[in-house]
Design a protein around this ligand. Structure first.
Ligand code: NAD
Length: 493
């Protein structure tokens, strides 16, 4: 039953099916799972549209109470959800249990609070004889289209902000990882969310995703995924002038200045490379290290990467899991082989991890030196545990190299010099710049990029701008039939 519409699970009517594969073994976990087709999307949007009318009129306090209860329920069911998430994506249980799930709970609690803060900025007499004020109203139905790398966290980003603002949501998780999003929708009902406000359609991008993005009753399409997928969604949404929010790919630079605490930078680079087996839009992918420290940095990072424990995602000792699919494995292997062919050096890793199931998708943590700045390895998103390390000699050069890709999602700068840190944070063109760390998030702070990484914000109060419409109301306060401005049109009679 891979649809959740109007508060219940349903079987899709579309003809497409998928075999869900366990990434850690390569075995089929569930065969022939039916996928949503356009008719299923139609039902989901219709149900959302009708449920939204009441919800849009609920008080902020009522909406907040539901989100608080949902946060509590996710917390109560944390272990079940963490295990399901780890099984489907192949991510280590310690990450699901101690990072992804607690963040989902925090995002729900944050937006429960924000639901009660929605404000219009002005109220007053701007023209004599009139009072103007601002209303901030829900947009209606939001389509959330999410990737497979953080299924539950992305569902939380895509659903909780719009729900807090009084909208209904139709979520489309990746067809490869639907399980926990469907479970979240069930918990939302248990938390008291009226049926129809959070519907889930699991299907492919080409079919269900396209049907959602091009639907005339969808007011906002909130997309997280690849830059190429985002372009297709924008094209589909343009048919009805539908608003879009685009959280797209990344190619994060990691800049290590000569005064950096090298031990911290080395550990940060390891974390930034192996997180979710590198399948993270914010992963550290291009380390630019001052030429005076690069050998020390490469040796330090390679030494740790070569000892990362890979294995069963459900084993708490596992530090890095497999890639999500055989297709993802092939694409990462291709990128590494091409870098080798282009003359780069693979210092550690570079292929299938030995001693693990052959049919699974375990790719070794990989460090590469000697790649050219304009090579594919440095310019395109690989989405695997692969770090390229390149030298620089001046601060100007480091910042120019960091800015030299089409992307601009996140970046980090490593330095003990305050002025350098300030300059890097100002001049590196990315939605988020970390100083002396890479990856931590806060629900209060916005996530979203520039350039090929997209536009618009998830999380934080800024995301509510995406899911509300600001409206002006202007009321006559004179009670006079003849308005002063009418003289510009006709003489008083
Ligand atoms: P993807 O673009 O292949 O798919 C993402 C989602 O969009 C899936 O649900 C997919 O079915 C759907 N989709 C794909 N094509 C579509 C179309 N034409 N119409 C409608 N829907 C469509 O991306 P992915 O491989 O699932 O995820 C990895 C990508 O996500 C990476 O590029 C990563 O950087 C990005 N990502 C970005 C962020 C961020 O915050 N910016 C966060 C996580 C992941």
């Amino acid at each position: 039953m891979s649809l959740f519409i109007d508060g219940e699970r349903h079987e899709p009517t579309g003809p497409e099916t998928i075999d869900l594969i366990d990434p850690a073994t390569g075995n089929v976990a569930r065969a022939n799972v039916p996928l949503a087709g356009p008719e299923d999307v139609e039902r989901a949007v219709k149900s959302a549209r009708s449920a939204q009318r009441e919800w849009g009129r609920a008080t902020p306090g009522e909406r907040a109470a539901v989100l608080h209860r949902l946060a509590d329920l996710v917390e109560e069911n944390l272990e079940e959800l963490a295990q399901a998430e780890s099984r489907e994506v192949g991510k280590p249980i310690r990450m699901s249990r101690e990072s992804d799930l607690p963040m989902v709970v925090d995002v729900a609690r944050f937006f429960a609070g924000e639901a009660r803060h929605l404000e219009g900025a002005a109220s007053g007499e701007y023209v004599p004889g009139y009072t103007s004020w601002i209303r901030r109203d829900p947009v209606g139905v939001v389509a959330g289209i999410a990737p497979w790398n953080f299924p539950l966290l992305m569902a939380a980003w895509k659903a909780f902000a719009p729900l807090a603002a009084g909208n209904a949501v139709v979520l489309k998780p990746s067809e490869m990882t639907p399980g926990t999003t469907l479970r979240l929708a069930e918990l939302a009902i248990e938390a008291g969310l009226p049926a129809g406000l959070l519907n889930v359609v699991t299907g492919t991008g080409r079919t269900a995703g396209h049907a959602l993005a091009s639907h005339s009753d969808v007011a906002v399409v909130s997309f997280t995924g690849s830059t190429a997928g985002g372009r297709e969604v924008m094209r589909a949404a343009s048919g009805h002038n539908t608003r879009v929010l685009m959280e797209l790919g990344g190619k994060a630079p990691f800049v290590v200045f000569d005064d950096a605490d090298l031990d911290a930078a080395i550990q940060g680079a390891v974390a930034g490379t192996i997180t979710n087996a590198g399948q993270d839009c914010a992963a550290a992918t291009r380390a630019y290290v001052h030429e005076s420290r690069i050998d020390e940095f490469v040796d330090g990072v390679a030494a740790i990467l070569s000892t990362i424990r890979m294995g069963d995602p459900l084993d708490p000792a596992t530090e890095m899991g497999p890639l999500v699919s055989a297709k993802q494995f092939a694409s990462v292997q291709y990128a590494v082989d091409r870098a080798r062919a282009d003359g780069a050096t693979v210092v550690t890793g570079g292929g299938r991890a030995p001693g693990l199931p052959e049919r699974a998708n375990f790719f070794q943590p990989t460090l590469i030196t000697g790649a050219a700045q304009d090579s594919q390895l440095v310019q395109t998103e690989i989405f695997g545990p692969v770090l390229a390390v390149l030298p620089f000699s001046t601060d100007d050069e480091a910042i120019a190299l960091a800015n030299d890709t089409a992307y601009g999602l996140v970046a980090s700068a490593w330095t003990t010099d305050f002025t350098r840190a300030m300059r890097a944070s100002r001049e590196i063109n990315a939605g988020c710049v970390w100083i002396n760390d890479h990856l931590p998030l806060a629900s209060e702070m916005p996530q979203g990029g520039v350039g090929a990484s997209g536009f618009g914000k998830d999380m934080s109060k800024y995301s509510l701008d995406e899911y509300t419409v600001v409206r002006h109301v202007m009321a006559d306060i004179t009670g006079s039939a003849s308005k002063e401005w009418h003289r510009t049109l006709f003489d008083a009679r």
